[in-house]
Write a protein that binds this ligand. Sequence first.
Ligand SMILES: Cc1ncc(COP(=O)(O)O)c(C=O)c1O
Length: 390
Amino acid sequence: MYSYGRQNIDNKDIQAVIKVLKSDWLTQGPKVQEFEKVLCDKFGSKYASVVCNGTAALHLAGLALGWKAGDIVITSPMTFLASANCILYTGATSDFVDIDEKYYTIDLNKLEDKIKQYKKINKKIKAVVGVDYAGHPCDWENLKSLSKEYKFQLVNDNCHALGATYKNNEQYTVKYADAVCQSFHPVKNFTTGEGGAVLTNRPEIDNRIKILRNHGIIKNDSKFKIQNSKFIKPWYYEMQFLGFNYRITDFQCALGISQIKKLDRFVSRRKKIAEYYNIAFGKNKNFILPTVKKNSGHAFHLYPLQIKFENLKINKIEYFNKLRKAGINCQVHYIPVHLQPYYKNNFRFKPGDFPISEKFYEREISIPMYPSLDDTDLNYISGKIIDTVK
Ligand SMILES: Cc1ncc(COP(=O)(O)O)c(C=O)c1O
């Protein structure tokens, strides 16, 4: 059965994990810092904090940026739940701005309209979580200009875009965003099993995240609230914030260190697969293919294919099931977040609020996209995808 995504693990990865399993440190050991250093080097950030998953990364980024009740934070509805839920975890309110029809990332004209609407009622937004959907970077330069003009923070939900480029630069993320959140889930462009990271160039954000991922505990005596040496025993530590156990293990970090070496190769194969699909589907008027902006390098975590079911006899459910019967297990990314019962019931969102995302959802399927697919696989998959629309 072909799935829409899967990990790519080789013997070097396995040996790296085994080595740590035989060492003294399964968690809170040297591989954590080593992985953080590797992430900084690869993505050009001054700091990196690794955590147990991408959702934890987003949660801690929001807390470190000081989001709280009364703040309004905006993301796009065409994303995984975590990009919006992380806002609610901090007590802030999430709102949405629709996606751009062509690139599926947040529409900046609509964002500015939304900011102006809030201004009319004397409210301002605290932050925007820009999602580099499917692996295509947002329009970060213009997003940054808006953030300066209207004074809001920027988070990059970069979970899909490991290995993407923007303006020919693989190290674009921290140039624009205050915090960059990554996920290393098995379907992502490289994996640690479960895992995530927050990258930033701001030391105070990194410092707060490192405290919050470990229960809010401080171990550095110069930072203790109690400064009387009578109380400061060798085992002394202080909890100064309400934190979490969002740590990642050393053997996961070892896997990450081994995997990231292959990221460029993985992404270049993903691009080749996208080219194959583009050629295979390009002539069919009922398909809309993902387009890549001139200034961007798509990391193709997903290949979101839109099918104009409105022109076909077959509907999306039947199509999906037929492909499954043929051994191709696609997915849909995503049900727009504002249409989830939790968001509809608690925040009164309704169908029609974000029409571009909703239309995209009606048409989109994510077809198999992972580096180990060879040309025989692609021939079979694309053949079935084309035949099934007939
Ligand atoms: C856009 C996006 N943000 C956040 C996450 C959350 O990452 P994780 O599954 O590692 O918690 C995901 C995971 O699928 C995602 O796709």
